[in-house]
Design a protein around this ligand. Sequence first.
Ligand SMILES: *Cc1c(COP(=O)(O)O)cnc(C)c1O
Length: 406
Amino acid sequence: MTYQAATGGLLPDSAATPVRAEERSAVIDLDAIRHNVRHLAAVASPAKVMAVVKADAYGHGAVHVARAALGAGASWLGVAHISEALALRAAGIEAPLLAWLHTPDSNFAAAVAAGIDIGCSGWELGRIVAAAREQERPARIHLKVDTGLGRNGATLDAWDSLVGEAMEHQDQGLLRVVGIFSHLAVADEPERPETDEQLAAFRQILAIAQDAGVDPEVRHLANTPATLSRPDTHFDLVRVGLGLYGLSPFEGQSPAELGLRPAMTVRTVVSHCKDVPAGQGVSYGLNYRTDGVSTLGLIPLGYADGVPRIATGGPVRVEGVNYPVVGRIAMDQMVIDLGPRNVTAGGPSILGAEAVLFGDGADGGPTADDWARAAGTNNYEIVTRISPRVPRRYLNEEPFAGDERP
Ligand SMILES: *Cc1c(COP(=O)(O)O)cnc(C)c1O
C-alpha cells in the first residue's frame, strides 16, 4: 500500500478531547466470523466445513470463534494439539473435533475419553489403541497420508500396512476410522503444478483404503486457499482456518475480492505527542532522525504485544491518516512521525487519540497484510502472534446453543 501523506494543518480539535477508550485491545467482530463461515460453507457445499481454531483461533480466541463458527454452519472443529481440543471440550463444546499434531507425550487417553478425533500418521496407532483399551471406549481416528508436504502423514509406501493394521483394530472394536486426510503444500499459489500431484496421490490412497474395506465418514484435503480455488479438492470436508478470520491466502487478492471480512482490529491510543527539532533521533539505535521540525506520536504497543520488531514502516492510522512506524520497534512501544505540517506548537495534539494498527481495511485503513509486508511474513503470523498482553474484546456475541444452562 502507499501511505497517505499527513494531511496539512493542525489536527482537528476533537483530537484534544478524545473519547475515553480502552488503552489497547484486539477487537474481534464475531459477525465477521459468522459471515465468513457462511460464505465458505456456500463455496464448499456440498462438502462440510471444519473450522480450524488451533493457536487460540489464530489469536482470535478459540472458544468464542468455535461457538460463532458452529452457530453459522460449521459442523466440525480442528486443532493441532489434543490439549487445545480438551480446552474446547472443557468449555462445553461438543461438536466433532479433530486434533492432528501429537508427540509420544500427548494424552491420547484423555482424547479418547473426551470423544476427540485423533489424526494418525502411523506411530500413534499403538498408543491410541492402548488408550482405547484403557478407556474401554473405541478411539475415533483420521488416517493421515503425506501426499507431498513432507511433514506429518504416512508415506505412500507405508500406507498399505497402516490401513491394514487400523482395520484389524477396527474389527476388534478398538477404534473407528472416521476420516482419511492429507494437507496441501502450495494451494496458495494456484498456478503451481504440485497441487494436482498431491490430489492424484490422495485419490490413489483413497482407492487403496477403499479396497481394504475402509469406509470413512469424511475424506478431507482442502485448506482455505484450496477451498476458494480448487473445488476438486473439497471431497467431504474442507478445513478452513485463515478464511474464517477474513484474511486472504492469495498474494494480490484482497479479502473483499474473495467475499471475506477481516475479523480482528488491533488498536490502542496515542500515549505521547510532542514537537521535536530537526535531526531528532527516534528509538534504540537512533536509526531514524527527523528531516526537519516535526511532531512525534508514541504508540504503546511493541514486540511484547506481538508487533514484529522487524516491521518498521508498518502503518498506524490516527485521525484518518496512515503513518509509517519510524525507528526501531521496542518491547512496549513504537513511534510515528506526523511530519512538519502537524507541529502542535502547544495547540491540539493527538495525545489520547485512537491508533489502529490493522483492521478490516475499510476507508484505506491499515490491514494485517500491510504489517505482513512490513515484517516480511504472512498475514497468518501477524494475527496469530498478537500476545496475551493485548486483551481480546468481542463484538456481536450471541448466546450459544451448546451452552449448558443450569
Ligand atoms: C492449519 C491447518 C489448516 C488450515 O489452513 P488455512 O490455510 O488456515 O485454511 C488445515 N489443515 C491443517 C492440517 C492445518 O494444520
